[in-house]
Design a protein around this ligand. Sequence first.
Ligand SMILES: Cc1ncc(COP(=O)(O)OP(=O)(O)O)c(N)n1
Ligand code: 3NM
Ligand code: MG
Length: 204
Amino acid sequence: MRLDPFYLIVDSTAWIERLVPLGVKLVQLRIKDMPEAALRDEIRRTRTVCAGAGCQLIVNDYWRIAIDEGCDFVHLGQEDLADADVAAIRAAGMKLGISTHDEAELETALAAQPDYVALGPVYPTVLKQMKWAPQGLDRLSAWRKRIGTLPLVAIGGLTVERLEGVFAHGADSAAVVTDITRNPDPEARTRAWIAATERRRQPL
Ligand SMILES: Cc1ncc(COP(=O)(O)OP(=O)(O)O)c(N)n1
Ligand SMILES: Cc1nc(C(=O)O)sc1CCOP(=O)(O)O
Ligand SMILES: [Mg+2]
């Protein structure tokens, strides 16, 4: 499996309706603290938008709802994974991406036979408080050596200007939130990400 080199992460269908039509091919819906009925509605609407745009949707955290709604890819962190029924995720035919922040987490993730692993935060992030110091680029290279050809996602503090560094150190895909959503012109910044990753993009 190949991941698009530009991995957008947003917290609403509204963002997805706004940015996916620009040419985004890989997006994660990462919603926190929403009542279940509203969450289901967001996932359902996002799924429709992504299907129409030929964009791979990855649902963060809510693997049960993702199964119910016929989604085909979920992302889980280590705590999510500990509570999840990976066999049920697989039985539903879903792909699974897993977060890692240190070697022990990487071993736990690999034991679940994921479809990608994410390493973060590569750079400092302002999105959420992290208990890990920034990993740095050499850590990406170490992950690349350890995981062979398994897709590797870099996340945390990424910007257009930092892309070449993460790809040169072994990342297949670069995940981003605030460089786009807190940019004064999110559409222009999305186009800049698409352009900067164009030569690494392959048709889905
Ligand atoms: C691509 C990607 N990498 C890492 C994360 C973080 O997942 P997690 O550690 O479960 O934290 P939350 O995002 O759920 O707060 C991610 N979502 N996506
Ligand atoms: C959601 C998330 N997970 C991370 C991890 O390291 O697991 S870093 C992160 C935040 C990414 O946002 P930004 O691109 O704004 O830094
Ligand atoms: Mg999570």
